[in-house]
Design a protein. Structure first.
Length: 178
């Protein structure tokens, strides 16, 4: 006879049953982008603070220096460049953090997940793709590109048709009116 333990299905441990989907492997992976953004935001905040403290300390006069003169030469272009860099780093870090938070909140782990959610919200079957529509769009692009290439060849050889002659005539008439 077979061992009763070997005939049973896979058993779940009590720890995994009590663990909710809030702390699942998928949720932790999704939350990783948020954590990376939060870490980047902390670094950007430290850089900003260091820059502000450095500017403040440079503006304090030395002990025997008159207080009505600046300590340092002001280079407006470099200060503007530094301010732009710091602002860009801060906005970028907040953007990463927000993106990670939204991905975690909407339970999106990959591009396929996002595609399925969008298709479901639009009322399209998320599993089936419309190959006929995709084929039709590809054919339309091919005809548009072929038409553009044909016009370029005609222009190179100096060939004109009735539509081109009519456009030239309309342009001449507008020039005469003005």
């Amino acid at each position: 006879m077979a061992d009763p333990e070997s005939t049973r299905g896979p058993q779940t441990s009590p720890a995994s049953e009590s663990q909710s989907s809030f702390f699942s492997q998928r949720a932790r992976r999704q939350l990783g982008l948020f954590a990376a953004g939060a870490g980047f935001f902390a670094i950007a905040t430290a850089i900003t603070r260091r820059s502000i403290v450095r500017r403040y300390k440079a503006s304090i006069p030395k002990f025997y220096q008159p207080s009505n003169r600046l300590n340092y030469e002001v280079n407006g272009a470099m200060e503007a460049f530094e301010a732009l860099n710091i602002a860009t780093i801060n906005v970028f870090s907040v953007g990463i953090m927000m993106t990670g938070g939204l991905i975690w909140a909407f339970d999106i782990a990959s591009l396929d997940d996002m595609r399925k959610k969008v298709r479901t919200n639009l009322g399209v079957d998320p599993i089936r793709t419309d190959e006929d529509a995709e084929q039709e769009i590809e054919e339309w692009f091919a005809t548009v590109l072929a038409r553009k290439e044909f016009k370029a060849l005609r222009a190179e050889k100096g060939i004109k048709d009735k539509a081109d002659e009519k456009d030239e005539k309309d342009e001449k008439d507008e020039e005469k009116k003005s």
